[in-house]
Design a protein around this ligand. Structure first.
Ligand code: ATP
Ligand code: MG
Length: 219
């Protein structure tokens, strides 16, 4: 069974067609890279898949569930528990420390405890951010902010990871570490959709799809 399946998905903003009928599917455990020119609708696609905004028309199935037929409560549960979304702009709260930013989704789910702290420590170690957890987000470098945003998405142990240019601010070695981590998560059964401009990052994916003129094609 496909873990994610979208069929003929369309989206316009104020009459401007951004997605003109996107169709693709992703299996459980698969990593898919989404490439395409700036403005081709890559971030819009991830945004819609995150369930934050509705698609205009078409179908979207996640783990066999028809997302368009979900109630608001079901949609909120799905966003909270199944999807880890790493935004292109990181979206950290500047006045909070890295640790507090990562813990935020857990506080919101009232999930706090030693098991969680252990999980956070493991993720922080893998992302090489253990030393900066007590720094305020506004004092971090671009690459550090990016990895804190990745940690915040992973700490809820989501089944699906939507990553919008997750290596954009990272040097080659650090990017390699992050992509290896993604590959391991896929081996454990996660499904990852990763937008990237970077050819070597796309090389880690099982498949690459290209956005062009609001539709996507396989490469
Ligand atoms: N909320 C919105 N309101 C109006 N227009 C929008 C909105 N969101 C996206 N767009 C438009 O949709 C188009 C696609 O934007 P999107 O951010 O998805 O591109 P992208 O492929 O991610 O580009 P980049 O590689 O530069 O990040 C752009 O022309 C953008 O202006
Ligand atoms: Mg984008």
């Amino acid at each position: 069974m496909c873990y994610i399946k979208v069929k003929n998905v369309k989206k316009s903003f104020k009459g401007k067609h951004v997605l003109n009928g996107v169709s693709f599917s992703a299996e459980q455990g698969e990593m898919i890279a989404i490439v395409g020119k700036s403005g081709s609708g890559k971030s819009t696609l991830l945004y819609l898949l995150s369930g934050i905004e509705k698609i205009d028309s078409g179908e979207y199935f996640l783990d066999g569930k028809n997302i368009r037929q979900c109630s608001k409560t079901q949609l909120a549960r799905m966003r909270n528990q199944e999807i880890g979304y790493i935004l292109q702009s990181y979206a950290l709260i500047p006045s909070l420390t890295a640790y507090e930013n990562i813990m935020l989704p857990l506080y919101m789910r009232k999930m706090i405890g030693s098991e969680i702290s252990g999980e956070l420590e493991k993720i922080a170690k893998k992302l090489l951010i253990s030393e900066i957890l007590n720094e305020k987000a506004c004092h971090l470098s671009g690459g550090e902010k990016q990895r804190v945003a990745v940690a915040r998405a992973l700490v809820i142990r989501p089944k699906v990871i939507l990553a919008d240019e997750p290596t954009g601010a990272l040097d080659e070695d650090t990017a390699g570490e992050l992509l290896e981590l993604f590959c391991n998560l896929c081996r454990e059964g996660n499904t990852i959709l990763m937008v990237t401009h970077n050819k070597s990052a796309a090389g880690y994916a099982d498949r690459v799809i290209q956005m062009h003129n609001g539709i996507c094609t396989k490469i």
